[in-house]
Design a protein around this ligand. Structure first.
Ligand SMILES: Nc1ncnc2c1ncn2[C@@H]1O[C@H](COP(=O)(O)OP(=O)(O)OP(=O)(O)O)[C@@H](O)[C@H]1O
Length: 417
């Protein structure tokens, strides 16, 4: 019966409302709800045993919940025949053990079964669909090989091709990238993102939080069978929710070149044994200096014009600061001293306006932490992370110390000899 309060609301392609599941007498899921519209890519994230696979099983009706409802295009899934479910929902399992000796093509052809009558044979349209699915999942070159002869990652892509051949509006993927190298992992998620842009709905259990953040519109963070947070990646991935769900210290910054969060698990590190050279001017650089000094970091600053907020704050806090007279330009001796300090520090923090004259100072740093704000894209590089002023101590503590790196280089050199 339609709900008069929500009459006219678009019906989500897939929804779960209040799912609770017990297995072997143990409560595995408690009151799990989620919604995925057409064109949504939703990631289920969370620690081992959180209930991600169990949620996916409930979503494709291979287990019945104790309570709660799954709807596909508005229809309760328990009211659909298994053939109707297979016409709407395709899934790839977590395990990639395909024990029968089918070829890759035969395995992908199984995806057509829900579209055929009981004794109907595949026609040329089905064969075209199978060929296109194999090509999209990059397994066409293995078409005639037995699946048992493929590597785990290759089999995973065959299972994705089978799901694509099923031509369903909904895709449920359990760890689609777990066996894949980084190139194939990215390609697989790009492919799913493309399919979603074409109008499909995808829900995937993904362990890698950074890949999930980069490719998915929405994350559902599960822990102990409960939804701990749900929403866009930036809302879900923060140190509090991650600490709660994973019982781990993390640093959350930003993936270079994107708005997506970057989660770095932190060892028990202490910023007070770090040295940092701050480059930049104005209030933001002054705030960075204050935040770092308050956390016990040894801070040097420059080159900055005398009288600038960063120069004054650094002087108040007894930091070494390289200054030049205002409007005088940067002389060689000042640039050399600041470059020397940046090169000797564990990291450099860039904040506010860095100025052309400081480019050699920035270039001398081993690692850069850019303060989130204007100008950040200009200095993006693989050795750069982006952090808010508040998170700077964690960001600099996450990078290895210069002495630790030197030790590792020396030990590698000794091993090579
Ligand atoms: N048949 C079962 N009987 C009892 N407990 C089960 C059964 N199946 C799963 N569980 C338990 O349910 C919990 C959730 O399992 P699930 O596989 O859904 O977690 P997950 O989040 O997918 O984990 P992972 O990230 O390790 O794959 C686990 O503690 C698991 O041991």
């Amino acid at each position: 019966m339609s709900d008069p309060d929500h009459a006219g609301d678009p019906v989500p392609m897939l929804s779960a409302e209040g799912l609770s599941v017990s297995l072997g007498g143990t409560r595995i899921l408690s009151d799990v709800s989620l919604t995925a519209e057409c064109g949504d890519f939703v990631a289920l994230v969370g620690p081992n045993g959180a209930g991600k696979t169990t949620t996916l099983r409930a979503l494709r009706a291979t287990l019945s919940p104790d309570s709660g409802t799954v709807r596909v295009a508005g229809d309760p899934i328990e009211g659909l025949s298994s053939k109707q479910v297979s016409q709407r929902v395709a899934s790839t399992p977590q395990a990639t053990t395909l024990s029968f000796d089918f070829t890759v093509r035969q395995t992908v052809e199984m995806g057509r079964t829900p579209h055929l009558g009981r004794f109907e044979r595949a026609d040329s349209g089905d064969r075209d669909t199978v060929r296109a699915a194999m090509e999209r999942a990059d397994v066409a070159r293995f078409a005639d090989r037995p699946v048992t002869s493929l590597s785990g990652g290759e089999r995973q892509r065959v299972l994705l091709a089978r799901a694509l051949a099923q031509e369903t509006p909904v895709l449920l993927l359990d760890e689609p990238t777990s066996n894949l190298d980084i190139n194939h992992a990215v390609n697989t998620l790009e492919l799913v993102a493309d399919l979603v842009r074409e109008g499909k709905t995808a829900v995937a259990a993904i362990h890698d939080l950074n890949l999930a953040a980069r490719y998915c519109d929405e994350l559902v963070l599960l822990a102990d069978g409960e939804v701990r947070a749900a929403g866009p990646p930036r809302d879900v991935l923060n140190t509090d929710t991650l600490g709660d769900a994973f019982d781990a210290e993390t640093l959350v910054t930003r993936q270079p070149g994107t708005e997506a969060p970057l989660v770095t698990p932190l060892p028990d590190s202490d910023p007070s044994d770090r040295t940092v050279h701050v480059v930049g001017t104005g209030r933001q650089a002054a705030a960075a200096v204050a935040r770092l000094v308050a956390a016990g970091v040894t801070v040097t600053v420059g080159v900055v014009p005398a009288g600038d907020a960063a120069a004054e704050r650094a002087a108040e806090l007894d930091c070494e600061v390289v200054t030049v007279p205002p409007f005088a330009g940067v002389d060689d001796a000042s640039r050399e001293r600041a470059t020397e300090l940046a090169g000797a520090a564990d990291s450099a923090v860039v904040a506010g306006d860095v100025g052309d004259a400081n480019q050699s100072v920035v270039a001398a740093a081993r690692r850069l932490v850019a303060v989130d704000g204007e100008g950040v894209p200009a200095i993006e590089s693989p050795r750069t992370t982006v952090a808010t002023v508040e998170a700077l101590p964690e960001a600099v503590a996450a990078a290895p110390t210069r002495s630790g790196e030197d030790r590792r280089v020396r030990s590698r050199e000794q091993q090579d000899r």
